[in-house]
Design a protein around this ligand. Sequence first.
Ligand code: APR
Length: 231
Amino acid sequence: MEKIDLSKYKKIVFFTGAGMSAESGVPTYRGQGGIWKEYNFQEYACQEAFDRDPEKVLDFHEIRRKAVLECYPHKGHEIIANLYNRHHVSVITQNIDGIHQRSGCEDVVELHGSLWRVRCPVHGISKDLEPGFKNRKCPECGNWLRPDITWFGDMLNADVVNKAIAVISCCDLFINIGISGVVYPAAGFPIHAKDNEARCICINPEFPADIEIYDEFIQGKAGDILPKIFC
Ligand code: APR
């Protein structure tokens, strides 16, 4: 497999989805064993569900937090983190699990929010890093604290989307890893990179929905392919 010559690129963007964390043991959303096959998102991952039964939704997210803490960054995460610290690399992710940060990437653009933050409708966002939620209600006003995650039916945070677009606009190598390519606006990011003449690579064991956009499709798992193309 041909190695990527980093000296040719000024700015690299890794755009990652659930497939990036799959080899760490975090289930994906749509494939075999995917979260939305086991759990009905209408009961666990939308504002209506939270309004109806906040405890049930928080219990579900607490299970996910505990499960994620038993998962660890894999070789692919380490390679991205190593590049992140040596080159002009940005990481944009749809993942809410925080595994890129645990592998050493400090500033990750988290498109769909984070399992490790909660949001009070009055007092805003705060970090909550313990396995179980420290508080389920805001200590100041008593409102329920909802996970700071983009659920079904939510708008993405416009500032975060704009940051992602700004970063992609100035990259000359765009590497998409483990994204099914069906969820917008993220599915438009590779098109945006291509419009800006970046070389676009997709790494995925399955053919993604948007395969025709890429200059190269490398079929395989993130943890197998990244060491081959970057080491
Ligand atoms: N390496 C690379 N890619 C992989 C791997 C792997 N080891 N294993 C699976 N994949 C690929 C699958 O083939 C699929 O294309 O990862 C993709 C996972 O797709 P989804 O589960 O749909 O994940 P994603 O695209 O990140 O989902 C988008 O949907 O419900 C929401 O908010 C949730 O962020 C999520 C969003």
